[in-house]
Design a protein around this ligand. Structure first.
Ligand code: KIV
Length: 308
């Protein structure tokens, strides 16, 4: 083999997505069965292929491409800034990273609240272009007709009830929900209406456990909780919050790892190497013979064509 065609050394040639997809394939049916068998499942937010691979290895059943991407990835202060095209693109990235996990795509603000036809087409994009297994919509019972239409079209819907961050402007901020008897009754009824409309799963955010318990007791579909008590079939939080990457996180999602500090330490170590004129990995090599040939070429001036 000619030296110039030699393979890169091992560490340079490694395929960064080499073992994506190992392990048991999880589907919505798997989650329904687990719920019936009282086996709890895990859901974490995920916004890229590399992280998806690690979550797959950790056995996380569901990866939520949340509109929290607007905050966590894009640096906005609210989820309503998540762009539709961007969400579809990163959903596909997550599925490529973890093809055997359930990927749930969050439908961003105004991608489903306007015209029903647009909502269904946008949801369809998440399934076809984004390769998602289901879409999540922040809803109350007024969305029943839309959820029904989506289910009829073959689009599995996760109905997100309780606290709904896309409503933050209306409410004047992010708040918990269901803390008065009236609000609790409303949320339990919303959840039932969504199941009746054909939702495949429910997600309850920031509600007291007593309210969530009522939802779980009435539901025949899996219920995922997000700061809503332990009675749910599945639990979700924003990954960055539990990895110790967020500067602030909700009280129900305290850090379980110090990844932020690990990033800082790794970057500091690299910066120190760079400043000292050192390199952290291997370099490409040129054979002795090629080096001599190069020197001879430079001496004889026969490299002149390369300079033009
Ligand atoms: O967008 C998101 O990350 C969410 C979870 C917090 C449930 O909707």
């Amino acid at each position: 083999m000619e030296p110039n065609n030699a393979p890169l050394n091992e560490s340079l040639a490694t395929n960064r997505t080499s073992d994506a997809g190992a392990g048991e394939a999880i589907t919505l049916r798997t989650l329904a069965r687990m719920s019936r068998e009282h086996k709890r499942f895990t859901c974490l937010t995920c916004y890229d292929a590399t992280t998806a691979r690690w979550l797959d290895r950790a056995g996380v059943e569901v990866l939520l491409v949340g509109d929290t991407a607007a905050e966590v990835i894009l640096g906005h202060t609210a989820t309503i800034h998540a762009p539709l095209d961007f969400m579809v693109e990163i959903t596909a990235a997550v599925k490529r990273g973890a093809p055997r996990r359930v990927v749930m795509a969050d439908m961003p603000f105004l991608s489903y609240q306007c015209e029903q036809g647009d909502a269904i087409r946008n949801a369809g994009r998440f399934l076809t272009q984004g390769m998602a297994d289901c879409v999540k919509l922040e809803v109350d019972r007024s969305f029943a007709a839309l959820v029904e239409q989506m289910a009829r079209a073959g689009i599995p819907v996760v109905a997100h009830v309780g606290s709904r961050p896309q409503q933050a402007k209306m409410k004047g901020g992010y708040f918990s929900a269901g803390r008065t008897a009236e609000d609790a009754v409303r949320i339990v009824a919303d959840a039932s209406a969504m199941e009746a409309a054909g939702a495949s799963m429910l997600l309850v955010e920031a509600c007291p456990p007593e309210v969530t318990q009522l939802i779980v007791e009435r539901a025949t579909i899996p219920v995922i909780g997000c700061g809503a008590g332990a009675s749910c079939h599945g639990q979700v939080v924003v990954l960055q919050d539990i990895l110790g990457l967020s500067d602030w996180q909700p009280a129900f999602a305290q850090p379980l790892a110090a990844v932020g500090q690990a990033i800082q330490a790794g970057a500091t170590a690299f910066a120190e190497l760079v400043r000292a004129g050192k390199l952290p990995g291997k370099t490409y090599r040129m054979d002795q013979a090629e080096q001599e040939k190069l020197r001879a070429m430079l001496r004889s001036g026969s490299d002149s064509h390369a300079a033009h």
